[in-house]
Design a protein around this ligand. Sequence first.
Ligand code: HEC
Length: 134
Amino acid sequence: MAKETSGFTWYKNSSSLLGRSSGSGHPQAYLRTKFNAIAAAKLDSSGKIQVGATFPEGSLIVKELFENTTTLSQYAILYKKSESPDADAKGWVWGYIGSKGKVVEPASNKGSSCIGCHSQADNIDYMLMNKYFP
Ligand code: HEC
């Protein structure tokens, strides 16, 4: 699912790589973020997340992490699936998966290493792209 690009919308409607932000919780130099069709309903016409949005069930948001401009190393995944045993209190399932399918941060951790940072001021339903890439 994370590898899929068809039917996805890129943040700010651009698939260009972005340099990691000062707040990024990962070492990779570049990133870009995509939203499946359900999640994209909460983007505005410029491809930014609508202020105050709550993403619907089935939303899949994937941040692709690149070591350099050509090497994708990891997918950071947020999937809203409330009925999952791995979902957090808001229904999100969190995980990191390597580019070759290796689980780096299992969903069963329920975002325990992610939620603290993603709860910071100005998050939108935990999302931070708008804050760091306005
Ligand atoms: C130290 C802070 C920090 C931690 C820890 C962290 N993140 Fe993030 N995350 C960010 C920031 C900042 C962004 C905005 C893009 C960027 O600069 O990387 C982001 C963006 C994302 C996005 C793109 C959607 C969005 O708008 O936020 C996903 C998906 C994501 N992170 C998943 C995860 C997962 C899964 C974990 C835990 C395994 C995690 N993050 C841990 C800071 C963090």
